[in-house]
Design a protein around this ligand. Structure first.
Ligand SMILES: [Fe+2]
Ligand SMILES: [Fe+2]
Length: 335
């Protein structure tokens, strides 16, 4: 999912250094040839500094999104309507924690420790997906997140399984398998409410869809013509499919699913365009997207505060684990 902030990298990192040694030029030539041949880059391989930094930023933002994404759903675990839904939601939220773990591990192979990445998140310096700064007001929001947010995540993440950086690609293969379960459980939960629920429950689903639709299609990031770093990401095989293409695929797939559910997508301009063989849709409020990314969404402060609190309250667990590891190492040395 979460590749949108690639487009907001610091200015000093946008251009590679002008002066390079002959050796560096040769190494870069070999690197480019590898990329052109569709080969993967491993952690031990030489890579241009700009490639390393771009990947590190993208993977760490992705990792942060997974663990911040646990928060809006986590607060519904105790309020799930049945034991079955509670077990499913617990498993899903736990999966997201696992996704964070794979991704932090992949990012660490690029030379930054997990502690540094977590510090940057807690200091408000690192970005995560704008979608997790919206509130989950009712139980229908949980099904809608699975259907739309995890659905958009799959659309975004499947092409990253072929990313040129092998540790990231390997992590994404495992993640995508679990994301498809997330999307299906959300759809199933909404379908149950729409088919077997009361008129109030059906209205609750429609209300949740009304609130999540636009933030979900913003998840694909800015339009292609306003996404200046996309071309470099494509050149390097980090990004395989453009933001607008992915967004269009998502809209086309979701319209059909909405029909099965019996909900309306809140866009009066959404209609089939036979000439294009795709759906036209209304204008996205990019000012809102920028505001939320910049830290002023409905829940940005609440999410960061919850993360910091969990980190501080978990300090004793980390200390105990380290003390235990030290004790084991001392014992092994003595043996
Ligand atoms: Fe995930
Ligand atoms: Fe997910």
């Amino acid at each position: 999912m979460y590749t949108q902030a690639m487009d907001s990298q610091p200015k000093d990192e946008r251009e590679p250094k002008a002066v390079r040694s002959l050796q560096e030029v040769e190494l870069e030539r070999r690197f480019d040839a590898k990329i052109d041949a569709g080969e993967f880059i491993e952690a031990k391989d030489w890579m241009p500094e700009h490639y390393r930094k771009t990947l590190l930023r993208q993977i760490s933002q992705h990792a942060h999104s997974e663990i911040v994404g646990m928060l809006p759903e986590g607060n519904w675990i105790t309020r799930a309507p049945t034991l079955k839904r509670k077990a499913i939601l617990l498993a899903k939220v736990q999966d997201e924690g696992g996704h964070g773990l794979y991704l932090y591990a992949a990012a660490e192979t690029l030379g930054t420790s997990r502690d540094e990445m977590i510090d940057a998140l807690h200091a408000g310096k690192a970005k995560y997906s704008s979608i997790f700064n919206y509130p989950t007001l009712t139980w229908a929001d949980i099904g809608t997140i699975g259907w739309l947010v995890d659905g958009a995540a799959i659309m975004n993440q499947v092409p990253i399984c072929r990313c040129s950086y092998a540790p990231y690609a390997r992590a994404m293969i495992r993640i995508c398998r679990e994301e498809s379960f997330h999307q299906r459980q959300g759809f199933d939960s909404l379908l149950t409410m729409m088919r077997e629920g009361t008129p109030e429950q059906r209205a609750m689903v429609q209300d949740a869809v009304n609130r999540w639709w636009w933030p979900s299609i913003m998840m694909f990031g800015p339009p292609d013509d306003q996404s200046p770093n996309s071309a470099q990401g494509m050149r390097w095989g980090i990004k395989r499919v453009s933001n607008d293409t992915l967004r269009q695929r998502f809209v086309d797939a979701t319209v059909e699913q909405a029909k099965v559910l019996g909900v309306t997508l809140p866009d009066p301009d959404l209609k089939w365009n036979a000439e294009r063989g795709a759906h036209d849709f209304g204008t996205i409020d990019w000012a809102e997207f920028k505001r939320v990314i910049a830290g002023d969404g409905p829940c940005n402060r609440e999410r960061l505060a919850a993360r910091r609190k969990a980190w501080n309250e978990g300090a004793w667990v980390r200390e105990a684990a380290l003390a235990h590891a030290r004790k084991l190492a001392t014992r092994q040395e003595a043996a």
